[in-house]
Design a protein around this ligand. Structure first.
Ligand code: MF3
Ligand code: CO
Ligand code: CO
Length: 273
């Protein structure tokens, strides 16, 4: 099965979806404070998507083979939760770090998938460094994207930077092609060797979403069927953007007013206008 090359119309739809997905993160940012519950963040995002944007939360009732339907609108992954944390009664407290992963579906069926990290009060030195290194990992992966490159180029850039810092790359979850389908080909690994894997071609759209652990890379699955934690209970961080392969390089699609800028060492960053 080949990787889909998006039509100009699809690309335009994915720019809109990416912006709307990013705007949910902008909207929720001021609410991400000590004392708020993850369930309240979910409720607010869900309302914003439905009532303000007219978008649909893609996670709600999402049920890939072997999974029970996901019960909420967003994912809230706190501290040692790697990904797919289910919002609920958990109260965020000073010193926590949380990833909010938002995926919207537009009226015309396009997915906008992205995530950011948030500090609850002042972060520990470790949490801040892990979060920043993970952000650099995502951007080093993005900066590899160009026609004629390979998916392995992205994985290698991420893995080298994470491991040089003493951290580990989660293997069980990866980035993915995306469009009118939430998760489609290819799998975008966050580790690997440059020059390996499929060739990148203009019109491909996929996510880059490295999950980086402060300790060992092994995971633990929780009994709720979704939540994934680090086996050694070390902190984990993640950032996610959707990226389009252009004729000359890349375009980041999940951009809004509040999108954090790329790290200073990334030159020539191209974002959707
Ligand atoms: N947004 C996640 C990703 O980046 C997927 C979440 S699936 C859910 O691919 F069902 F847990 F929401
Ligand atoms: Co996501
Ligand atoms: Co994703």
């Amino acid at each position: 099965m080949a990787i889909i090359i998006k039509s100009p119309e699809d690309i335009e739809g994915m720019r809109r979806a990416g912006r709307l997905g990013a705007e949910v993160l902008d909207y929720i940012t001021p609410f991400v404070k000590p004392g708020v519950t993850t369930g309240e963040l979910d409720r607010l995002c869900h309302e914003y998507m439905t009532n303000v944007q007219g978008t649909i939360p893609a996670p709600l009732n999402y049920a890939p083979p072997g999974y029970t339907p996901y019960p909420k609108a967003i994912c809230t992954s706190v501290n040692d939760v790697i990904c797919h944390g289910i919002p609920g009664d958990k109260v965020l407290k000073s010193g926590d770090v949380v990833n909010l992963d938002i995926t919207i579906i537009t009226q015309d069926g396009y997915h906008g998938d992205n995530s950011r990290m948030f500090y609850i009060g002042p972060p520990s030195i470790l949490a801040k460094r892990l979060t920043e290194i993970t952000y650099e990992c995502m951007w080093l992966g993005i900066a590899q994207v160009r026609p004629g490159g390979h998916f392995g180029d992205i994985g290698q850039a991420i893995q080298i930077h994470a491991e040089k810092a003493g951290y580990s790359v989660v293997r069980e979850f990866c980035g993915h092609g995306i469009g009118k389908v939430f998760h489609e080909e290819p799998q975008v690994l966050h580790y690997g060797k440059a020059g390996t894997g499929e060739e990148l071609k203009p019109g491909m759209i996929f996510t880059i979403e490295p999950m980086i652990n402060a300790g060992r890379r092994e995971i633990r699955e929780m009994g709720d069927g979704w939540t994934i934690k680090t086996k050694d209970r070390s902190l984990s961080a993640q950032w996610e953007h959707m990226v389009l392969v252009t004729e000359t390089g890349y375009e980041v699609l999940t951009v809004s007013e509040g999108t954090p800028p790329p790290p200073a060492f990334i030159t020539g960053a191209q974002a959707a206008a």
